[in-house]
Ligand binder design. Structure first.
Ligand code: ARG
Length: 582
Protein backbone atom coordinates (compact mmCIF):
# COMPACT_ATOMS: atom_id res chain seq x y z
CA UNK A 1 0.00 0.00 0.00
CA UNK A 2 2.00 3.02 1.13
CA UNK A 3 5.10 1.31 -0.22
CA UNK A 4 4.14 2.62 -3.62
CA UNK A 5 5.07 6.11 -2.39
CA UNK A 6 8.66 5.11 -1.70
CA UNK A 7 11.59 5.04 -4.07
CA UNK A 8 13.68 2.30 -2.62
CA UNK A 9 17.32 2.07 -3.42
CA UNK A 10 18.87 -0.28 -0.94
CA UNK A 11 20.13 -3.81 -0.52
CA UNK A 12 16.64 -5.24 -0.26
CA UNK A 13 15.80 -3.67 -3.57
CA UNK A 14 19.00 -4.85 -5.20
CA UNK A 15 18.49 -8.44 -4.10
CA UNK A 16 14.79 -8.53 -4.93
CA UNK A 17 15.39 -7.01 -8.35
CA UNK A 18 17.94 -9.73 -9.06
CA UNK A 19 15.54 -12.44 -7.94
CA UNK A 20 12.84 -10.95 -10.11
CA UNK A 21 15.14 -10.88 -13.10
CA UNK A 22 16.25 -14.45 -12.58
CA UNK A 23 12.67 -15.65 -12.24
CA UNK A 24 11.81 -13.98 -15.52
CA UNK A 25 14.74 -15.71 -17.22
CA UNK A 26 13.57 -19.03 -15.83
CA UNK A 27 10.05 -18.38 -17.00
CA UNK A 28 8.71 -18.29 -13.44
CA UNK A 29 5.78 -15.94 -13.02
CA UNK A 30 6.14 -13.84 -9.90
CA UNK A 31 5.00 -10.45 -8.66
CA UNK A 32 7.54 -8.08 -7.20
CA UNK A 33 5.43 -7.90 -4.06
CA UNK A 34 5.76 -11.65 -3.54
CA UNK A 35 9.51 -11.44 -3.16
CA UNK A 36 9.98 -10.94 0.53
CA UNK A 37 13.34 -10.80 2.26
CA UNK A 38 13.77 -11.33 5.93
CA UNK A 39 16.63 -11.29 8.36
CA UNK A 40 17.05 -14.81 9.72
CA UNK A 41 17.04 -14.74 13.51
CA UNK A 42 20.34 -16.61 13.43
CA UNK A 43 22.89 -15.00 11.09
CA UNK A 44 24.30 -18.47 10.49
CA UNK A 45 21.46 -18.68 7.97
CA UNK A 46 22.53 -15.56 6.21
CA UNK A 47 21.78 -11.86 6.56
CA UNK A 48 18.77 -12.07 4.31
CA UNK A 49 16.62 -15.02 3.40
CA UNK A 50 13.59 -15.59 1.23
CA UNK A 51 11.09 -18.42 1.30
CA UNK A 52 9.86 -17.53 -2.19
CA UNK A 53 10.52 -21.03 -3.64
CA UNK A 54 8.00 -22.51 -1.21
CA UNK A 55 5.34 -20.13 -2.38
CA UNK A 56 6.06 -20.99 -6.01
CA UNK A 57 6.08 -24.77 -5.64
CA UNK A 58 2.41 -25.21 -6.40
CA UNK A 59 2.15 -23.05 -9.49
CA UNK A 60 5.47 -24.32 -10.86
CA UNK A 61 4.73 -28.00 -10.15
CA UNK A 62 8.20 -28.46 -8.76
CA UNK A 63 9.64 -29.01 -5.32
CA UNK A 64 10.66 -25.83 -3.46
CA UNK A 65 14.18 -27.19 -3.31
CA UNK A 66 14.40 -27.61 -7.03
CA UNK A 67 13.15 -24.07 -7.63
CA UNK A 68 15.55 -22.70 -5.03
CA UNK A 69 18.37 -24.55 -6.77
CA UNK A 70 17.70 -23.09 -10.19
CA UNK A 71 17.20 -19.58 -8.85
CA UNK A 72 20.45 -19.79 -6.91
CA UNK A 73 22.42 -21.09 -9.89
CA UNK A 74 21.42 -18.07 -11.94
CA UNK A 75 21.74 -15.62 -9.09
CA UNK A 76 25.35 -16.71 -8.65
CA UNK A 77 26.08 -15.39 -12.11
CA UNK A 78 24.53 -11.96 -11.80
CA UNK A 79 24.55 -10.99 -8.15
CA UNK A 80 26.80 -8.11 -7.14
CA UNK A 81 29.88 -9.73 -5.62
CA UNK A 82 30.86 -6.49 -3.93
CA UNK A 83 27.78 -6.83 -1.76
CA UNK A 84 27.00 -10.52 -1.54
CA UNK A 85 29.60 -12.98 -0.31
CA UNK A 86 27.58 -16.08 -1.16
CA UNK A 87 24.09 -17.37 -1.86
CA UNK A 88 22.99 -20.67 -0.39
CA UNK A 89 19.94 -22.83 -0.45
CA UNK A 90 18.81 -24.28 2.82
CA UNK A 91 16.01 -26.14 4.58
CA UNK A 92 12.83 -26.87 2.75
CA UNK A 93 13.38 -24.22 0.10
CA UNK A 94 14.98 -21.10 1.50
CA UNK A 95 17.53 -19.01 -0.32
CA UNK A 96 19.98 -17.34 2.05
CA UNK A 97 22.18 -14.36 1.28
CA UNK A 98 25.40 -13.55 3.09
CA UNK A 99 26.68 -10.00 2.98
CA UNK A 100 30.34 -9.30 2.44
CA UNK A 101 32.20 -7.93 5.42
CA UNK A 102 33.81 -5.19 3.36
CA UNK A 103 30.34 -4.14 2.30
CA UNK A 104 29.14 -4.03 5.92
CA UNK A 105 32.03 -1.70 6.69
CA UNK A 106 31.22 0.48 3.71
CA UNK A 107 27.62 0.80 4.84
CA UNK A 108 28.81 1.79 8.30
CA UNK A 109 31.00 4.44 6.74
CA UNK A 110 27.99 6.10 5.18
CA UNK A 111 26.43 6.32 8.61
CA UNK A 112 29.52 8.10 9.81
CA UNK A 113 28.80 10.87 7.40
CA UNK A 114 25.49 12.02 8.68
CA UNK A 115 24.91 14.29 5.73
CA UNK A 116 25.56 11.58 3.17
CA UNK A 117 23.21 9.22 4.99
CA UNK A 118 20.51 11.84 5.25
CA UNK A 119 20.85 12.75 1.60
CA UNK A 120 20.39 9.15 0.63
CA UNK A 121 17.35 8.82 2.86
CA UNK A 122 15.73 11.97 1.57
CA UNK A 123 15.56 10.48 -1.92
CA UNK A 124 13.12 7.87 -0.69
CA UNK A 125 10.04 10.04 -0.39
CA UNK A 126 11.13 12.95 -2.52
CA UNK A 127 8.25 14.99 -3.91
CA UNK A 128 5.58 13.52 -1.66
CA UNK A 129 3.47 15.50 0.78
CA UNK A 130 2.13 14.33 4.11
CA UNK A 131 -0.26 16.05 6.46
CA UNK A 132 -0.21 14.61 9.92
CA UNK A 133 -3.00 15.34 12.37
CA UNK A 134 -1.79 14.73 15.89
CA UNK A 135 -1.95 15.83 19.53
CA UNK A 136 -5.30 17.65 19.28
CA UNK A 137 -6.25 18.18 22.93
CA UNK A 138 -9.70 19.46 23.82
CA UNK A 139 -10.02 23.00 25.11
CA UNK A 140 -10.98 23.32 28.77
CA UNK A 141 -9.79 19.81 29.48
CA UNK A 142 -6.32 19.07 30.74
CA UNK A 143 -3.87 17.50 28.36
CA UNK A 144 -4.56 13.82 28.89
CA UNK A 145 -2.54 10.67 28.60
CA UNK A 146 -4.23 9.83 25.32
CA UNK A 147 -3.17 13.15 23.87
CA UNK A 148 0.33 12.51 25.13
CA UNK A 149 0.39 9.26 23.15
CA UNK A 150 -0.92 11.03 20.09
CA UNK A 151 1.68 13.78 20.47
CA UNK A 152 4.61 11.41 20.91
CA UNK A 153 3.68 8.94 18.21
CA UNK A 154 2.52 11.67 15.85
CA UNK A 155 5.71 13.67 16.26
CA UNK A 156 7.84 10.60 15.67
CA UNK A 157 5.93 9.70 12.51
CA UNK A 158 6.40 13.27 11.41
CA UNK A 159 10.16 12.99 11.97
CA UNK A 160 10.35 9.65 10.16
CA UNK A 161 8.59 10.91 7.06
CA UNK A 162 10.55 14.10 7.10
CA UNK A 163 13.92 12.34 7.13
CA UNK A 164 12.64 10.24 4.23
CA UNK A 165 12.27 13.39 2.21
CA UNK A 166 8.54 13.93 2.46
CA UNK A 167 7.22 17.43 2.64
CA UNK A 168 5.53 17.09 6.03
CA UNK A 169 2.94 19.34 7.63
CA UNK A 170 1.89 18.80 11.22
CA UNK A 171 -1.61 20.08 11.95
CA UNK A 172 -3.02 20.29 15.44
CA UNK A 173 -6.79 19.79 15.19
CA UNK A 174 -7.63 21.28 18.57
CA UNK A 175 -11.08 20.47 19.95
CA UNK A 176 -12.39 23.99 20.38
CA UNK A 177 -15.92 23.87 19.01
CA UNK A 178 -19.19 22.15 19.81
CA UNK A 179 -22.13 22.36 22.19
CA UNK A 180 -19.90 21.79 25.20
CA UNK A 181 -18.68 25.36 24.81
CA UNK A 182 -22.19 26.65 25.29
CA UNK A 183 -22.39 24.67 28.50
CA UNK A 184 -19.02 25.94 29.59
CA UNK A 185 -20.09 29.52 29.10
CA UNK A 186 -23.15 28.92 31.26
CA UNK A 187 -20.94 27.25 33.84
CA UNK A 188 -18.54 30.18 33.92
CA UNK A 189 -21.32 32.76 34.12
CA UNK A 190 -23.49 30.97 36.61
CA UNK A 191 -21.40 28.61 38.61
CA UNK A 192 -17.99 30.26 38.78
CA UNK A 193 -17.53 31.87 42.15
CA UNK A 194 -18.14 35.58 41.98
CA UNK A 195 -14.79 36.58 43.36
CA UNK A 196 -12.97 34.54 40.79
CA UNK A 197 -11.66 36.64 38.00
CA UNK A 198 -11.90 34.89 34.65
CA UNK A 199 -8.23 35.54 34.08
CA UNK A 200 -7.24 33.63 37.19
CA UNK A 201 -8.98 30.43 36.20
CA UNK A 202 -6.84 27.44 35.40
CA UNK A 203 -7.64 24.62 33.06
CA UNK A 204 -8.44 22.47 36.05
CA UNK A 205 -10.97 25.07 37.25
CA UNK A 206 -12.58 24.88 33.83
CA UNK A 207 -12.74 21.13 33.99
CA UNK A 208 -14.33 21.30 37.44
CA UNK A 209 -16.84 23.88 36.31
CA UNK A 210 -17.85 21.63 33.47
CA UNK A 211 -18.37 18.71 35.83
CA UNK A 212 -20.33 20.96 38.16
CA UNK A 213 -22.51 22.02 35.27
CA UNK A 214 -23.52 18.45 34.57
CA UNK A 215 -24.30 17.80 38.22
CA UNK A 216 -26.48 20.89 38.44
CA UNK A 217 -28.18 20.08 35.18
CA UNK A 218 -29.50 16.84 36.64
CA UNK A 219 -31.81 18.82 38.90
CA UNK A 220 -32.06 21.88 36.74
CA UNK A 221 -32.50 20.72 33.14
CA UNK A 222 -33.05 24.19 31.75
CA UNK A 223 -29.32 24.73 32.14
CA UNK A 224 -28.87 22.45 29.16
CA UNK A 225 -31.18 24.59 27.04
CA UNK A 226 -29.31 27.62 28.16
CA UNK A 227 -26.05 25.96 27.13
CA UNK A 228 -27.45 25.18 23.73
CA UNK A 229 -28.54 28.79 23.30
CA UNK A 230 -25.08 30.01 24.18
CA UNK A 231 -23.47 27.72 21.65
CA UNK A 232 -25.91 28.98 19.11
CA UNK A 233 -24.91 32.54 20.03
CA UNK A 234 -21.29 31.54 19.70
CA UNK A 235 -21.92 30.12 16.25
CA UNK A 236 -23.61 33.37 15.29
CA UNK A 237 -20.67 35.46 16.43
CA UNK A 238 -22.15 36.93 19.61
CA UNK A 239 -19.55 39.15 21.25
CA UNK A 240 -19.95 37.99 24.83
CA UNK A 241 -20.02 34.35 23.85
CA UNK A 242 -16.89 34.78 21.79
CA UNK A 243 -15.04 36.54 24.59
CA UNK A 244 -15.78 33.76 27.05
CA UNK A 245 -14.85 31.12 24.53
CA UNK A 246 -11.58 32.85 23.71
CA UNK A 247 -10.75 33.00 27.41
CA UNK A 248 -11.16 29.23 27.65
CA UNK A 249 -8.74 28.84 24.78
CA UNK A 250 -6.18 31.17 26.30
CA UNK A 251 -6.39 29.45 29.65
CA UNK A 252 -6.01 26.04 28.05
CA UNK A 253 -3.05 27.04 25.93
CA UNK A 254 -1.26 28.27 29.01
CA UNK A 255 -1.03 24.63 29.98
CA UNK A 256 -0.62 23.15 26.51
CA UNK A 257 2.26 25.44 25.69
CA UNK A 258 4.05 24.27 28.80
CA UNK A 259 3.47 20.67 27.86
CA UNK A 260 4.73 21.20 24.32
CA UNK A 261 7.78 22.98 25.57
CA UNK A 262 8.56 20.22 28.01
CA UNK A 263 8.09 17.59 25.33
CA UNK A 264 10.04 19.73 22.90
CA UNK A 265 7.28 19.44 20.35
CA UNK A 266 6.37 22.17 17.94
CA UNK A 267 3.47 21.48 15.64
CA UNK A 268 3.59 23.43 12.38
CA UNK A 269 -0.04 24.46 12.22
CA UNK A 270 -2.95 24.80 14.57
CA UNK A 271 -6.38 24.76 13.06
CA UNK A 272 -8.93 24.13 15.74
CA UNK A 273 -12.34 22.74 14.85
CA UNK A 274 -13.64 26.31 15.11
CA UNK A 275 -11.50 27.26 12.14
CA UNK A 276 -13.85 25.27 9.93
CA UNK A 277 -17.08 26.63 11.41
CA UNK A 278 -17.91 29.02 8.60
CA UNK A 279 -17.18 26.47 5.89
CA UNK A 280 -19.77 24.05 7.23
CA UNK A 281 -22.90 25.26 5.41
CA UNK A 282 -21.09 24.87 2.10
CA UNK A 283 -19.77 21.45 3.07
CA UNK A 284 -23.22 20.25 4.05
CA UNK A 285 -24.59 21.69 0.87
CA UNK A 286 -22.04 19.90 -1.26
CA UNK A 287 -22.60 16.55 0.39
CA UNK A 288 -26.36 16.92 0.18
CA UNK A 289 -26.15 17.75 -3.52
CA UNK A 290 -24.21 14.56 -4.08
CA UNK A 291 -27.41 12.78 -3.05
CA UNK A 292 -25.93 10.64 -0.33
CA UNK A 293 -27.74 12.20 2.63
CA UNK A 294 -31.08 11.56 4.20
CA UNK A 295 -33.25 13.32 6.78
CA UNK A 296 -34.01 11.14 9.76
CA UNK A 297 -35.93 12.50 12.76
CA UNK A 298 -34.98 15.98 11.66
CA UNK A 299 -31.27 15.19 11.52
CA UNK A 300 -29.19 15.08 8.34
CA UNK A 301 -27.48 11.72 8.10
CA UNK A 302 -25.58 9.46 5.73
CA UNK A 303 -26.30 5.75 5.74
CA UNK A 304 -23.79 3.04 4.85
CA UNK A 305 -24.07 -0.65 4.07
CA UNK A 306 -21.50 -1.76 6.53
CA UNK A 307 -21.58 0.69 9.43
CA UNK A 308 -23.97 2.80 11.49
CA UNK A 309 -25.11 6.11 9.99
CA UNK A 310 -23.04 9.27 10.31
CA UNK A 311 -24.63 12.56 11.36
CA UNK A 312 -23.84 15.77 9.52
CA UNK A 313 -26.36 18.00 11.25
CA UNK A 314 -28.35 17.41 14.39
CA UNK A 315 -32.11 17.95 14.51
CA UNK A 316 -31.53 21.25 16.36
CA UNK A 317 -29.48 22.49 13.44
CA UNK A 318 -26.03 22.30 14.99
CA UNK A 319 -23.14 20.64 13.22
CA UNK A 320 -21.00 17.79 14.48
CA UNK A 321 -17.40 16.72 14.98
CA UNK A 322 -17.80 14.68 11.82
CA UNK A 323 -18.99 17.62 9.74
CA UNK A 324 -15.92 19.54 10.81
CA UNK A 325 -13.67 16.63 9.88
CA UNK A 326 -15.21 16.63 6.41
CA UNK A 327 -14.44 20.33 6.04
CA UNK A 328 -10.92 19.66 7.30
CA UNK A 329 -10.18 17.11 4.59
CA UNK A 330 -11.41 19.40 1.87
CA UNK A 331 -9.42 22.32 3.23
CA UNK A 332 -6.20 20.34 3.55
CA UNK A 333 -6.61 18.98 0.07
CA UNK A 334 -7.02 22.49 -1.32
CA UNK A 335 -4.14 24.02 0.63
CA UNK A 336 -1.50 21.29 0.63
CA UNK A 337 -2.72 18.71 -1.85
CA UNK A 338 -1.26 15.89 0.24
CA UNK A 339 -0.53 12.39 -1.01
CA UNK A 340 -1.41 11.12 2.42
CA UNK A 341 -3.06 12.35 5.61
CA UNK A 342 -2.29 10.51 8.82
CA UNK A 343 -4.57 10.86 11.85
CA UNK A 344 -2.85 9.85 15.06
CA UNK A 345 -5.94 9.46 17.24
CA UNK A 346 -7.09 6.89 19.82
CA UNK A 347 -8.61 3.60 18.72
CA UNK A 348 -11.94 4.60 20.25
CA UNK A 349 -12.48 6.82 17.19
CA UNK A 350 -12.16 4.01 14.68
CA UNK A 351 -15.76 4.13 13.53
CA UNK A 352 -15.66 7.90 13.24
CA UNK A 353 -12.70 7.78 10.86
CA UNK A 354 -14.09 4.92 8.83
CA UNK A 355 -17.15 7.07 8.22
CA UNK A 356 -15.13 10.20 7.51
CA UNK A 357 -12.86 8.39 5.03
CA UNK A 358 -15.78 6.76 3.29
CA UNK A 359 -17.56 10.08 2.82
CA UNK A 360 -14.35 11.69 1.54
CA UNK A 361 -14.07 8.87 -0.96
CA UNK A 362 -17.70 9.18 -2.05
CA UNK A 363 -17.20 12.90 -2.49
CA UNK A 364 -14.00 12.35 -4.47
CA UNK A 365 -12.01 14.58 -2.12
CA UNK A 366 -9.35 12.06 -1.18
CA UNK A 367 -8.88 8.41 -2.18
CA UNK A 368 -9.22 5.89 0.62
CA UNK A 369 -5.55 4.87 0.54
CA UNK A 370 -4.52 8.45 1.14
CA UNK A 371 -6.27 8.61 4.50
CA UNK A 372 -4.80 6.68 7.38
CA UNK A 373 -6.00 6.38 10.95
CA UNK A 374 -3.12 5.34 13.16
CA UNK A 375 -5.29 4.26 16.05
CA UNK A 376 -3.36 4.05 19.28
CA UNK A 377 -4.29 1.78 22.14
CA UNK A 378 -4.68 2.65 25.78
CA UNK A 379 -2.13 3.10 28.51
CA UNK A 380 -2.72 0.79 31.42
CA UNK A 381 -1.07 0.68 34.81
CA UNK A 382 0.29 -2.63 36.03
CA UNK A 383 -1.18 -2.73 39.51
CA UNK A 384 -4.67 -1.45 39.05
CA UNK A 385 -4.87 2.27 39.21
CA UNK A 386 -2.31 4.98 39.04
CA UNK A 387 -2.68 6.86 42.29
CA UNK A 388 -2.73 10.56 41.71
CA UNK A 389 -2.65 13.49 44.00
CA UNK A 390 -5.63 15.06 42.42
CA UNK A 391 -8.08 12.24 42.32
CA UNK A 392 -9.22 9.65 39.88
CA UNK A 393 -8.23 10.81 36.46
CA UNK A 394 -4.61 10.60 35.49
CA UNK A 395 -3.14 13.94 34.69
CA UNK A 396 -0.11 14.29 32.56
CA UNK A 397 1.53 16.42 35.23
CA UNK A 398 1.34 13.53 37.70
CA UNK A 399 3.10 11.25 35.27
CA UNK A 400 5.77 13.82 34.48
CA UNK A 401 6.34 14.61 38.16
CA UNK A 402 6.81 10.95 38.91
CA UNK A 403 9.21 10.48 35.99
CA UNK A 404 11.22 13.49 37.19
CA UNK A 405 11.56 11.96 40.67
CA UNK A 406 12.84 8.72 39.18
CA UNK A 407 15.20 10.55 36.83
CA UNK A 408 16.60 12.43 39.76
CA UNK A 409 17.39 9.14 41.48
CA UNK A 410 19.30 8.11 38.36
CA UNK A 411 21.14 11.42 38.31
CA UNK A 412 22.08 11.17 41.96
CA UNK A 413 23.62 7.77 41.40
CA UNK A 414 25.55 8.80 38.32
CA UNK A 415 29.24 9.60 38.61
CA UNK A 416 29.32 12.19 35.85
CA UNK A 417 26.44 14.17 37.18
CA UNK A 418 28.63 15.17 40.13
CA UNK A 419 30.64 17.33 37.75
CA UNK A 420 27.58 18.97 36.27
CA UNK A 421 26.34 22.39 37.25
CA UNK A 422 22.91 22.60 38.87
CA UNK A 423 21.51 23.84 35.60
CA UNK A 424 23.06 21.01 33.61
CA UNK A 425 21.86 18.47 36.10
CA UNK A 426 18.34 19.83 35.93
CA UNK A 427 18.45 19.62 32.16
CA UNK A 428 19.69 16.04 32.32
CA UNK A 429 16.92 15.03 34.73
CA UNK A 430 14.33 16.54 32.45
CA UNK A 431 15.74 14.86 29.36
CA UNK A 432 15.91 11.47 31.04
CA UNK A 433 12.37 11.76 32.41
CA UNK A 434 10.83 12.89 29.15
CA UNK A 435 12.92 10.43 27.14
CA UNK A 436 11.68 7.61 29.34
CA UNK A 437 8.04 8.57 28.91
CA UNK A 438 8.39 8.96 25.17
CA UNK A 439 10.24 5.71 24.68
CA UNK A 440 7.54 3.91 26.59
CA UNK A 441 4.96 5.35 24.22
CA UNK A 442 6.98 4.50 21.14
CA UNK A 443 8.51 1.14 21.86
CA UNK A 444 5.47 -0.93 21.08
CA UNK A 445 3.23 -0.80 18.05
CA UNK A 446 0.78 2.11 18.43
CA UNK A 447 -2.17 -0.24 18.05
CA UNK A 448 -1.30 -2.11 21.18
CA UNK A 449 -2.27 -1.10 24.68
CA UNK A 450 0.79 -0.34 26.69
CA UNK A 451 1.46 -1.03 30.30
CA UNK A 452 3.16 1.71 32.20
CA UNK A 453 5.54 -0.04 34.51
CA UNK A 454 7.80 2.46 36.22
CA UNK A 455 10.64 0.05 36.87
CA UNK A 456 10.88 -0.78 33.23
CA UNK A 457 10.25 2.73 31.98
CA UNK A 458 13.22 4.07 33.94
CA UNK A 459 15.51 1.03 33.80
CA UNK A 460 19.12 1.62 32.84
CA UNK A 461 19.52 -1.97 31.70
CA UNK A 462 16.23 -2.78 30.04
CA UNK A 463 14.45 -1.62 26.94
CA UNK A 464 14.10 1.99 27.89
CA UNK A 465 14.82 5.54 26.87
CA UNK A 466 17.38 6.01 29.65
CA UNK A 467 19.19 2.85 28.50
CA UNK A 468 19.61 4.31 25.01
CA UNK A 469 20.64 7.69 26.36
CA UNK A 470 23.12 6.00 28.65
CA UNK A 471 24.65 4.01 25.82
CA UNK A 472 24.90 7.12 23.71
CA UNK A 473 26.66 8.91 26.56
CA UNK A 474 29.03 5.93 26.84
CA UNK A 475 29.96 6.32 23.16
CA UNK A 476 30.49 10.04 23.62
CA UNK A 477 32.77 9.45 26.54
CA UNK A 478 34.89 6.97 24.54
CA UNK A 479 35.10 9.39 21.63
CA UNK A 480 36.07 12.12 24.02
CA UNK A 481 39.01 10.14 25.30
CA UNK A 482 40.52 8.86 22.07
CA UNK A 483 43.26 10.74 20.29
CA UNK A 484 42.20 9.33 16.95
CA UNK A 485 40.29 11.92 15.05
CA UNK A 486 40.17 10.40 11.61
CA UNK A 487 39.82 6.78 10.56
CA UNK A 488 42.28 5.16 8.19
CA UNK A 489 42.25 1.86 6.32
CA UNK A 490 39.20 0.58 8.11
CA UNK A 491 38.61 -1.93 5.40
CA UNK A 492 41.69 -3.88 6.39
CA UNK A 493 39.88 -4.94 9.53
CA UNK A 494 37.36 -7.02 7.58
CA UNK A 495 39.60 -10.05 7.85
CA UNK A 496 40.01 -10.18 11.63
CA UNK A 497 36.71 -9.13 13.08
CA UNK A 498 35.88 -10.59 16.46
CA UNK A 499 32.30 -11.87 16.93
CA UNK A 500 31.16 -8.77 18.81
CA UNK A 501 32.48 -6.44 16.13
CA UNK A 502 30.85 -8.47 13.42
CA UNK A 503 27.58 -8.56 15.34
CA UNK A 504 27.64 -4.76 15.50
CA UNK A 505 28.35 -4.39 11.80
CA UNK A 506 25.46 -6.73 11.15
CA UNK A 507 23.12 -4.31 12.88
CA UNK A 508 24.43 -1.08 11.40
CA UNK A 509 23.45 -1.69 7.79
CA UNK A 510 19.80 -2.21 8.74
CA UNK A 511 19.21 1.35 9.87
CA UNK A 512 17.80 2.74 6.63
CA UNK A 513 15.58 -0.28 6.17
CA UNK A 514 14.22 0.10 9.69
CA UNK A 515 13.42 3.77 9.19
CA UNK A 516 11.49 2.94 6.05
CA UNK A 517 9.72 0.06 7.72
CA UNK A 518 8.75 2.25 10.68
CA UNK A 519 7.27 4.82 8.33
CA UNK A 520 5.40 2.38 6.11
CA UNK A 521 4.03 0.48 9.08
CA UNK A 522 3.27 3.72 10.93
CA UNK A 523 5.11 2.31 13.88
CA UNK A 524 8.09 4.13 15.40
CA UNK A 525 8.54 0.97 17.49
CA UNK A 526 10.49 -0.53 14.59
CA UNK A 527 13.18 2.10 15.09
CA UNK A 528 12.92 1.91 18.89
CA UNK A 529 13.48 -1.83 18.85
CA UNK A 530 16.32 -1.49 16.40
CA UNK A 531 18.11 1.09 18.56
CA UNK A 532 17.86 -1.23 21.52
CA UNK A 533 19.51 -3.97 19.45
CA UNK A 534 22.30 -1.66 18.39
CA UNK A 535 22.82 -0.49 21.97
CA UNK A 536 22.87 -4.06 23.26
CA UNK A 537 25.40 -5.15 20.68
CA UNK A 538 27.56 -2.14 21.44
CA UNK A 539 27.48 -2.79 25.15
CA UNK A 540 28.39 -6.44 24.60
CA UNK A 541 31.31 -5.34 22.49
CA UNK A 542 32.29 -2.69 25.02
CA UNK A 543 32.12 -5.15 27.89
CA UNK A 544 34.43 -7.63 26.18
CA UNK A 545 37.02 -5.55 24.40
CA UNK A 546 39.19 -2.62 25.27
CA UNK A 547 38.99 0.21 22.83
CA UNK A 548 41.58 2.77 23.78
CA UNK A 549 45.33 2.19 23.47
CA UNK A 550 44.93 -1.01 21.51
CA UNK A 551 46.27 -1.89 18.08
CA UNK A 552 42.62 -2.03 16.99
CA UNK A 553 41.77 1.37 18.45
CA UNK A 554 41.32 2.91 15.01
CA UNK A 555 38.64 0.41 13.97
CA UNK A 556 36.96 0.26 17.34
CA UNK A 557 36.62 4.02 17.43
CA UNK A 558 35.03 3.73 14.02
CA UNK A 559 32.48 1.29 15.44
CA UNK A 560 31.86 3.58 18.39
CA UNK A 561 31.36 6.54 16.10
CA UNK A 562 28.90 4.64 13.95
CA UNK A 563 26.97 3.52 17.02
CA UNK A 564 26.79 7.05 18.37
CA UNK A 565 25.70 8.36 15.00
CA UNK A 566 22.89 5.80 14.75
CA UNK A 567 21.77 6.42 18.31
CA UNK A 568 21.82 10.16 17.81
CA UNK A 569 19.80 10.13 14.60
CA UNK A 570 17.52 7.40 15.94
CA UNK A 571 16.81 9.06 19.25
CA UNK A 572 15.98 12.29 17.46
CA UNK A 573 13.57 10.40 15.24
CA UNK A 574 11.83 9.28 18.41
CA UNK A 575 11.87 12.82 19.71
CA UNK A 576 14.22 11.83 22.54
CA UNK A 577 17.21 14.00 23.45
CA UNK A 578 20.56 12.26 23.13
CA UNK A 579 22.54 13.01 26.30
CA UNK A 580 26.29 13.41 26.03
CA UNK A 581 27.06 13.07 29.70
CA UNK A 582 25.09 10.81 31.94
N1 ARG B 1 -9.81 16.48 19.79
C1 ARG B 1 -10.10 15.12 19.45
C2 ARG B 1 -10.13 14.28 20.72
O1 ARG B 1 -9.44 14.55 21.65
C3 ARG B 1 -9.09 14.53 18.52
C4 ARG B 1 -9.05 15.15 17.15
C5 ARG B 1 -8.39 14.29 16.15
N2 ARG B 1 -8.34 14.83 14.83
C6 ARG B 1 -9.37 14.89 13.97
N3 ARG B 1 -9.17 15.42 12.78
N4 ARG B 1 -10.56 14.46 14.29
O2 ARG B 1 -10.85 13.32 20.78
Amino acid sequence: MVQRYFNMNNIVKIISDDIFKVCAELGIKVNKGEIKLEHPADTQFGDYATSLPMGLAKSEHKSPNEIAGSIKARLDKIIDKEIIEKVEIAGAGFINFYLKKEFLIKEAEVLNYELEFKNKLSEVGHGKTLVIDYSAPNIAKPFGIGHLRSTNIGQSLYNLYKILGWNTIGDNHIGDWGTQFGKLIVAIKRLGSAKQNLDDLTIEDLEKLYVKFHKEAETNPELVDEGRDWFSKLENGDKEAKENWQKCIDISFKEYDQVYELLDVKIDEIHGESFYANMLPEIIDGITKKGITKISDGALIIEFDDMPPAMLRKSNGTTTYLTRDMATIKYRKEIWNPDMVIYEVGADQQLHFRQVFKIAELMGWMPKEGLVHVAHGLIRWPTGKFSTRKGDTIHLSDVIDRAMEKAEEIANKSQVSKDLSTEEKKEMIKNVAIGAIKFNDLSSDPKRDIVFDWDQVMSLEGDSGPYLQYTYARCCSVLDKTKIKEQKNINNSAENLNPEELALLKEFYKFEEKIIEAATRFSPSVVAEYLINVARKYNEFYGKHRILDQPEENFRIFLTKTTSSILEIGLKLLGIKPIEKM
